[in-house]
Design a protein around this ligand. Structure first.
Ligand SMILES: Cc1cc2nc3c(=O)[nH]c(=O)nc-3n(C[C@H](O)[C@H](O)[C@H](O)COP(=O)(O)O)c2cc1C
Length: 361
């Protein structure tokens, strides 16, 4: 029995695809949002969260599949072209897909497997180490979807879908002419996943691939060849079940810059820092910038190394350390306690915490 019976009549009951509804920018949901104020409405408070144990007695793995593909959304889709060892070409969409780095360009793809049964794309990538990844746009979504057909190895999805292969430069698998952005890639690493409940059973493969060169439609990228125009790319994403998502509306919001934000009275008021075990207070206004000498790190990033990446923040920390050095130890004494010539604070690791500790009086 079909998994989605009556689909044709169900779809016929829905409004037609609105090709006129194209990309536009709106404001963010709450343009008056204030630092520290959390969600932009309280509706979430009316609902309880329940724990979902993926290994609960009697819960089949397919339920976790349904949960996860409807929770981790929207997912980008990598349309993977590959060629088998004996030269048979293959094309299929995969939404366990994302980029993981840009220098070098690194992408991850998750192929499901059932015991010994691997997807053809997975076999091909593991055996030949080569593939192309193509971004799916609205103008060929039906054809791309058709390539998910559960055909036996050796059936040519290019022919079935009517899509057009273009010869690649550095790898054997062709890329998709209809796609506005294609990546030639090679395998870097892979990992085989085993079922938690049946540890001998293979359930999937993660492949990590490196992008070697890109092919982009010239009208979709800007003149500097740096950025694609979402209104022209019309990228399709994967939602739960068999649902695709359109990309037709968005809003912009600049990322907060810590060095700027921390000067604002409303941010200072939040005291968003962790104090160390000794919990000693220091009055550091003397330096003219916020000084929190006992701070281990700030909650605005995932880790200290994360902060290290932000040059504006590093500048701020450097500036602060320079100012610190100017303060005599007597002044520090006046503030209740002498300051070390360098200390850990405000989320920035000055690189020498132990040395600094030794310098403390
Ligand atoms: C939009 C979409 C996303 C998909 N994502 C995945 C995925 O991430 N992993 C996977 O194993 N299969 C995924 N599939 C299913 C494969 O495309 C399907 O099993 C296909 O037949 C595999 O082809 P192959 O055996 O020729 O490689 C997806 C299907 C669709 C339509």
């Amino acid at each position: 029995m079909a998994r989605h019976p009556e689909f044709t009549s169900l779809e016929a009951s829905r409004p037609p695809f609105d090709a006129e509804h194209t990309w536009k920018y709106t404001q963010v949901p709450d343009i008056k949002w204030k630092v520290g104020s959390g969600a932009n409405n309280d509706e979430w408070k009316n609902h309880k969260k329940v724990e979902l144990n993926p290994y609960e007695e009697g819960r089949p793995a397919v339920n976790n599949y349904k949960t996860l593909i409807s929770a981790i959304t929207p997912r980008p889709i990598g349309f993977i072209s590959s060629i088998s060892k004996d030269g048979k070409r293959n094309l299929a969409p995969f939404s366990y897909f994302n980029m993981a780095n840009h220098d070098p360009p690194i992408f991850t793809i998750g192929f499901s497997a059932s015991g010994d049964q691997k997807k053809d794309s997975c076999n091909n990538v593991l055996e030949t180490g080569e593939l192309t990844i193509n971004i799916i746009s609205e103008w060929f979504v039906e054809a791309a979807n058709y390539c998910a057909i559960n055909s036996p190895p050796g059936v040519d999805e290019w022919k079935l879908s009517g899509l057009t292969p273009v010869e690649s430069k550095l790898v054997k698998p062709p890329h998709v002419a209809e796609s506005a952005f294609s990546i030639e890639a090679k395998l870097v690493a892979h990992h085989e996943w085993k079922s938690k409940t049946e540890p001998t059973k293979t359930t999937g493969f993660l492949v990590i691939v490196e992008g070697l060169t890109f092919h982009v439609r010239e009208d979709v990228i800007n003149e500097e060849k740096t950025q694609l125009d979402v209104s022209k790319l019309k990228p399709v994403s994967r939602l739960g079940g068999i649902t695709y998502g359109r990309t037709i509306e968005g809003y912009e919001k600049p990322r907060p810059n810590y060095a700027v934000e921390v000067e604002k009275p409303e941010v200072k008021e939040l005291k968003c820092y962790f104090q160390d075990r000794r919990k000693r207070e220091r009055k550091c206004d003397t330096f003219g910038i916020l000084l929190l000498p006992q701070v281990e790190y700030i909650t605005m990033g995932s880790s200290q190394s994360n902060h290290r990446k932000h040059s504006a923040e590093e500048e701020h920390a450097k500036e602060r350390r320079k100012l610190e050095r100017k303060v005599s130890s007597q002044e520090a004494e006046d503030m209740g306690e002498s300051l070390p010539t360098g200390f850990r604070g405000e989320g920035f690791d000055n690189g020498k915490p132990e040395q600094d500790q030794k310098k403390k009086k």
